[in-house]
Design a protein around this ligand. Structure first.
Ligand SMILES: [Zn+2]
Ligand SMILES: [Zn+2]
Length: 250
């Protein structure tokens, strides 16, 4: 970000603040403070208890100093002077998460994992579920039933849309009662659309004589059995197709 192009006051403030902090972090006093308090063998992160240089998941841990109070940012002097009351040793990762009000999950730490949770929580969700199998099963059942209800609803809606479309003789009629030609709502009933609608009358080539079976698709395939070619005509499908008869009983 360039200061010349930035006109937003908040963005300008952030920019100048970052620049100021970067300058403080280049100061020899900051390096001195790190060497005396963070890079010593007995120092460890107060949240995850890892040490400086410790190898964790293939990478060395780096410690730093966390300024736990906002007043330490008021001056260079306060920022760069060790204050055991308001400063603490943390790793870079916990330092970043501290600003978001998060800490590592203690149960995950024991398993060698770093999972951050909100400061008010005592453990992460998977750890809680691990200790409460009944709760886990209940949640699983809730999720399954929710997924099933969505699936059922979608399938019912698809069936209804298909039936609605099959019940109308005009091929320009779209689900939602709109017209594919004019784009507006179709004002005609099923029985009168072919005689009263000027679009349907003038475009006779678009007019479809409805097949008695609503599962018969334009490519002569059966919608009920994918891959199966319907072998009946308009007359024989009513009398010979077992599925058609079954539909009529419903
Ligand atoms: Zn840490
Ligand atoms: Zn956990």
């Amino acid at each position: 970000m360039s200061s010349i192009t930035t006109t937003n006051p908040a963005a300008r403030r952030t920019y100048s603040r970052r620049k100021m902090l970067a300058k403080w972090l280049r100061d020899p006093r900051w390096k001195q403070m790190l060497a005396e308090h963070a890079y010593i063998p007995e120092a460890e992160c107060v949240y995850c208890h890892r040490k400086h240089g410790q190898i964790w998941n293939g990478k060395p841990v780096r410690l730093t100093i966390n300024h736990a109070s906002r007043h330490l940012y008021l001056s260079e002097e306060l920022y760069l002077t060790w204050d055991s009351q308001y400063m603490e040793i943390t790793c870079l990762s916990c330092n970043r998460k501290y600003e978001r009000g998060m800490k590592p999950c203690p149960s995950c730490l024991k398993k060698g994992k770093m999972v951050y949770i909100l400061d008010r929580d005592s453990e992460c969700n998977p750890c809680y579920m691990e200790k409460n199998p009944v709760e886990l099963q209940r949640t699983q059942e809730c999720q399954d039933s929710f997924k099933k209800s969505i699936k059922d609803y979608n399938s019912r809606r698809a069936d209804k849309n298909r039936d609605d479309k099959a019940a109308r003789p005009c091929v320009s009629w779209k689900v939602g009662n709109t017209c594919a030609i004019s784009g507006v709502e179709c004002p005609f009933t099923k029985s009168r659309m072919m005689t009263l609608c000027p679009d349907a009358v003038s475009k006779k080539k678009f007019v479809k004589i409805p097949f008695p079976c609503d599962r018969r698709m334009l490519n002569q395939k059966c919608r009920r059995k994918p891959g199966l070619v319907c072998s009946y005509n308009r007359t024989t499908c009513k009398t010979k197709c077992g599925y058609f008869k079954e539909r009529q009983k419903l």
